[in-house]
Design a protein. Structure first.
Length: 483
């Protein structure tokens, strides 16, 4: 028997004119397992207000019991697209608990309902569903067949491959879907079948490019060593979008197998060109491919690609850091007029300087020319006036990597021209610098005229593990001096 409070919440949910009241009631009913509450929450999926619908959806997710699942599953027959989409979200969220309620719908008279149920079962992804889904590969509706193929791919069971492969030749409209599903399923059988179809299509000029494109992408997911060799042998047999897709797949397989990639001169230029592609995945593959053929041209192109995404930068940085010529190239590019990502390029220069410093310490590198270091320092320092706060942090860090003594001199001049808030900001930036001279510099502001600056300096020193009077006789070095 529902309590008076719960009864009122149900009434409010279903009848109150204020959507905030209805939403609050939907949230409160998440704590009630009584049938009336579940029925009311299910009805609230129809509410005109999105906030109320979302609250009802979240509360039903908390329940997730058999009666709720069945009640929500009934909505997949509904003509209201909002109700169907909410049902999809809830049933997918409940996962395997939704399966018993969904299975009857894959045999529904409506092909739309069958398709909807198949899509959901594929997303839930349970191998035990195979006996129920495989017969639908022979469904009279093409969209249902395609949903069955896609569902089998999402489930990913190798047992489905033997049923999917014949579909490729029997039903032409399924070819791209079958190829994609086999890529997801993976395994030797899937790879061998896709490779066989690739060889056939590559020798057939009239082949459907969309199917060929899907086969190539699928091999990127499941291709083995044999596939890698075949694909590399045929790289010059395709052009345009297919060629970029093939390069992407070759690099995917090579990376997965941890196999060394042989990059020809023509392929190098293809990879450089692929960096201009709109697809970030293609850009990423191009960068990984270029890692196997680093030279000055590649380094310059990679630097021009900095700043597009943090993920891409994280791959580009280590590649450039490995080449001994990178420091001079980055310095030269900072001098140039062509647009580059200043913040990322300055960070890169700092990383290169740090790397050289480590190698000098280990006696594994020759010192950089003093004139190159001075040039680099001056170029980075010149960026200060027009730099954003984020870039100023990178500037300070890089200057200390290049020459800590000159960095201190630079900051002395800069700090004299700054108001108290900017001095505080510089102190906060210095706290992140892994150089003892930065700490020494902060300690000078313990006697600043501004009380707030003094407090921030003291707090920063303390948080860095130093007292208010740090020892300042640590050895001072530039990048060309050993510690």
């Amino acid at each position: 028997m529902a309590s008076e409070t719960i009864k009122q919440q149900i009434i409010d949910l279903l009848t109150d004119n204020n959507p905030d009241v209805r939403r609050h009631s939907a949230e409160e009913l998440a704590n009630c397992n009584e049938e009336q509450a579940i029925t009311a929450l299910t009805a609230a999926l129809w509410d005109e207000n999105k906030g109320v619908r979302d609250a009802a959806s979240r509360s039903l997710c908390v329940h997730g019991c058999e009666s709720v699942v069945q009640a929500v599953a009934d909505f997949i027959r509904d003509e209201n697209i909002t109700a169907r989409n909410l049902a999809r979200e809830l049933l997918e969220n409940w996962g395997k608990d939704s399966v018993p309620a969904l299975l009857p719908y894959i045999n529904d008279p409506s092909h739309d309902v069958r398709k909807f149920a198949l899509d959901l079962l594929g997303l839930i992804g349970n191998e035990k569903l195979l006996p129920h889904i495989l017969p639908l590969l022979r469904d009279p509706d093409e969209n249902v067949v395609l949903s069955a193929v896609e569902a089998l791919g999402n489930i990913g069971s190798p047992k489905a491959a033997s049923s999917l492969c014949p579909m490729f030749d029997e039903k032409e409209f399924t070819q791209a879907y079958v190829a994609e599903a086999l890529g997801k399923i993976g395994g030797k059988n899937s790879c061998d079948f896709l490779l066989q179809k690739f060889k056939h299509y590559i020798s057939n000029p009239s082949a459907d490019p969309l199917v060929m494109f899907t086969i190539i992408e699928a091999l990127g997911q499941c291709g083995n060593k044999d596939a890698l060799q075949v694909l590399q042998n045929h790289i010059n047999d395709v052009k345009g979008r297919l060629r970029k897709a093939l390069m992407h797949t070759i690099i995917q397989i090579s990376e997965r197998l941890k196999s060394s990639l042989q990059v020809s001169e023509s392929l190098k230029y293809d990879l450089l060109d692929a960096l201009q592609h709109d697809d970030m995945n293609v850009k990423m593959s191009a960068v990984k491919g270029l890692a196997h053929c680093i030279d000055a041209e590649v380094i310059r192109t990679l630097i021009y690609s900095l700043g597009l995404s943090q993920e891409l930068d994280s791959v580009i940085f280590p590649i450039i850091e490995k080449d001994d010529e990178s420091f001079s190239i980055v310095t030269e590019m900072l001098e140039g007029t062509r647009t580059i990502a200043r913040n990322e390029t300055i960070i890169l220069l700092g990383k290169l300087a740090e790397k050289y410093k480590q190698r000098l310490t280990n006696s594994s590198a020759a010192p950089l020319p003093d004139d190159l270091l001075h040039r680099a320092f001056d170029l980075v320092a010149q960026e200060w006036n027009n730099a954003a706060d984020q870039t100023r942090g990178a500037i300070i860090d890089t200057l200390f990597h290049l020459d800590g003594d000159r960095a201190v001199e630079f900051l002395e001049k800069v700090m004299n021209d700054l108001d108290s808030w900017l001095r505080i900001h510089i102190i906060e930036l210095l706290a992140t610098i892994a150089d003892r001279r930065a700490i020494d510099f902060i300690s000078r502001y313990l006697e600043d005229d501004d009380e707030m600056v003094r407090k921030v300096a003291a707090t920063t020193l303390k948080s860095s593990g130093y007292s208010d009077d740090p020892v300042t006789d640590a050895p001072k070095t530039s990048i060309n001096k050993k510690f």
